[in-house]
Design a binder for this molecule. Structure first.
Ligand code: GLA
Length: 694
């Protein structure tokens, strides 16, 4: 007997097949296969040879590879019984539940009292396959490791794209060559983390941003995860994602992985990026209103830090509004006695020294200007120097003598009393004032890795969402330390990075576009002299970088010259004029022929228009700009192409490439095969090219 199942959506086929009643393997995942290829034959055709120095067969690279089968790599499940004895299950078929787009497979080991379940859900609209695993036990077990259903990785691939990063340097995409053994990434900080964004893309040989085959994975969990990309001794490859090892501190009867989002692309890395972007936007994030256009932000952090002064804030708000802001966010420093970052986290009561009449004077001023008001919180945290900690030292997580992070500790979010306290504090403010937005920060890593912590945070977020459905929440953790599809089930925006350095920011947002749509990706125009790098960029460059995502400002608007105000207002107006379609469009990373040029295109959902941002990061090796090829256009259609900022041509451009002086009408085929000839560009400048299908 053999069990075979397949999921198809016209763009891809996934085939699972099992030998007898053993756990199935993914025997095929890629472009669509004809239905004539029966799964049973595919299962047999998939079988490989073996030779000397090997077992007398190949242990299954199943959805949960089993040590009991002498699997020569990392098993999908590690657990122990209450006495500490290692359990090595031999799962056997129990049940299948299948409809067109979903598959649930249940397997059991009766002797050990363990049940394993694998879930698959294909979303044809976005092309994503969402999968997760669950283990139940009749007796309490200690779980060390449970992988979401395990995928084989392609053989025709030389390297994988692994995502690393750091504070003010998130989303660094690193090519890691395949070789014998494991590429392991584990976030043991109880955050998805700057360092180990839970994503992996495996391109096949020769794949670029715009062409070729690639496989994408993202694990939607904020509490620390592990990823294993392993080449087995026999040459097969596997990808495992799950919660960090030993993150379940208590023995239990049921354990579930978070969701693993997977995508196959035959349109280069962009195929993965677009599927993740659309799925996140359309299926995961819930916005309070269906009208997506994102309000232009103003965030006061880099303008005032902890120095809150009502008349100054009112003046800043007025100026921000004049620039085009539609939402004003009051950042850290409004509560307790917080004049710096050493104190008061946990004391979520308004600082009456700074706000003698409460937040009313600033909230009312902002609302009278026609802007929404937003407020900063860091709910999970507590400073030892706080009334909360003095009253409840036992609410803090970990030992009292632990190394602090930014002078703070973490609250034990698994304690119901902590959740209730935080809910009451936040709810009181949301009820007292017309607050439409929370910036939810999380500035330190946890002293231990513990899933109950993450579940506690998710529960608090869900409770607040239910009670205040009109309030949007931004996930921030010293910038991009907690970005994943798990937290984005409860939030609507990510503070991608604390770096407002436009050059760095454009690199970070370009990397993040492999997973995140523009609608959730915050990007702010920072101060003239960047606070995290000391670099100076002109207002155009800063503004065009921010206008590529959910735009905002974070400088003190009082520092802007008249000319800067004019330029920023114009570009903000451009953002407002275009956000309606951009917010639902796809971000496509272009294959720039020049490594000094970082280029992206945003394409409207219906393909009717696009905008290209060609960012000259540095001086180029060659003297003239290389043509820039576009992608995903209709080859037979004619496009009207306009260089939006042609008035900003540098005097060093002495020739006359067509776009410098006039618009171009030309086929999609030409734009994709030959590419745009743009005028000479100096470093830290961006060409903005608008296109319209005629
Ligand atoms: C973190 C955030 C910043 C700001 C500060 C406030 O560093 O990333 O944007 O909110 O906290 O303390």
């Amino acid at each position: 007997m053999s069990h075979c199942w397949r999921l198809d959506d016209g763009r891809q086929t996934l085939v699972l097949a099992a030998k007898g009643d053993r756990l199935p393997e993914i025997v095929y995942w890629g472009g669509p296969l004809p239905t004539a290829d029966s799964s049973v034959i595919l299962a047999k055709a998939h079988g490989q040879d073996f030779t000397g120095g090997m077992l007398d067969g190949n242990p299954d690279l199943s959805l949960c590879p089993e040590a009991s089968q002498t699997f020569p790599g990392q098993p999908g499940l590690r657990c122990r019984d209450a006495s500490g004895a290692v359990l090595n299950p031999r799962f056997r078929f129990v049940l299948v539940e299948k409809d067109a787009d979903t598959l649930v497979l249940t397997y059991g080991d009766a002797a050990l009292g363990l049940t394993y379940q694998a879930h698959f859900a294909l979303t044809p609209q976005t092309g994503l396959i969402t999968t997760w695993a669950c283990v139940t036990s009749t007796n309490p077990v200690h779980l060390q490791w449970l992988a979401a259903p395990v995928f084989p990785a392609p053989q025709y691939s030389d390297e994988m794209l692994s995502v690393s990063g750091r504070w003010i340097g998130e989303f660094q995409i690193k090519a890691v060559p395949w070789s014998a053994g494991i590429h392991l990434r584990e976030s043991r900080t109880s955050r998805s983390g700057h360092e180990h964004f839970p994503g992996l893309i495996i391109p096949e040989r020769g794949t670029s941003n715009t062409a070729g085959q690639a496989y994408g994975f993202h694990y939607g969990w904020s509490g620390g995860h592990k990823m294993i990309a392993e080449e087995l001794p026999d040459g097969r490859r596997q990808v495992q994602f799950g919660n960090a090892t030993d993150a379940e501190l208590a023995a239990g009867l049921r354990f579930e992985t978070a969701k693993l989002y997977t995508v196959f692309s035959d349109q280069g890395l962009n195929g993965c990026a677009v599927a993740f972007q659309r799925h996140l936007r359309d299926r995961i994030v819930t916005f309070p209103t269906a009208a997506l256009p994102r309000p232009v932000h103003y965030n006061c952090w880099e303008a005032i830090y902890f120095k809150h002064d009502i008349p100054v804030l009112q003046q800043i708000a007025t100026k921000a509004k004049a620039l085009g802001a539609e939402r004003f966010v009051l950042d850290d420093g409004w509560f307790g006695q917080r004049d710096d970052d050493t104190t008061s986290l946990g004391d979520w009561q308004i600082d009456r020294r700074k706000y003698p009449d409460g937040l009313g004077p600033i909230v009312d001023h902002v609302i009278a200007l026609g802007m929404q008001f937003g407020l900063w919180f860091e709910p999970e945290m507590v400073n030892p120097d706080s009334a909360l900690y003095r009253a409840h030292p036992d609410w803090a997580l970990g030992p009292a003598d632990q190394l602090l992070g930014r002078q703070q500790m973490v609250l034990n979010m698994a304690l119901p009393v902590v959740g209730q306290y935080l809910f009451d504090c936040i709810a009181a403010l949301l009820s007292d004032y017309d607050i439409r937005y929370i910036k939810w920060d999380h500035n330190r890593i946890l002293p231990i890795v513990d899933t109950t912590q993450t579940r506690g945070s998710y529960a608090l977020l869900a409770r607040l969402q239910a009670a205040f459905p009109h309030v949007e929440i931004e996930t921030c953790a010293s910038g991009g330390g907690r970005i994943d599809f798990g937290i984005l089930q409860h939030t609507q925006r990510v503070w991608l990075s604390d770096s407002n350095d436009a050059l760095e920011r454009s690199r970070i947002q370009h990397g993040a576009a492999l997973f995140l749509p523009s609608v959730v990706t915050g990007s702010h125009v920072g101060p003239r002299v960047c606070h995290t790098s000391g670099r100076v960029f002109d207002i155009q460059y800063r503004a065009w970088v921010a206008a590529q995502r959910h735009m905002g400002f974070e400088m003190d608007p009082r520092e802007l010259s008249e000319l800067e105000v004019l330029t920023l207002s114009e570009i903000t107006q451009w953002y407002k004029d275009n956000r309606k379609w951009m917010v639902k469009g796809d971000i496509l990373r272009l294959d720039s022929a020049d490594p000094s040029v970082l280029a992206e295109m945003q394409l409207a959902q219906d393909g009717s228009r696009f905008v290209v941002f060609s960012n000259q990061l540095d001086t180029s090796a060659q003297i003239n700009p290389r043509p820039l090829r576009l992608t995903q256009l209709d080859p037979d259609a004619t496009y009207g192409v306009h260089l939006r900022n042609r008035d900003k041509v540098h005097p060093l451009s002495r020739g006359n490439p067509l776009l410098k002086s006039q618009d171009l009408q030309i086929s999609g085929a030409w734009l994709m095969a030959q590419g745009l000839n743009l005028p000479y560009a100096v470093p830290s400048s961006i060409w903005v090219v608008e296109g319209q299908k005629l």
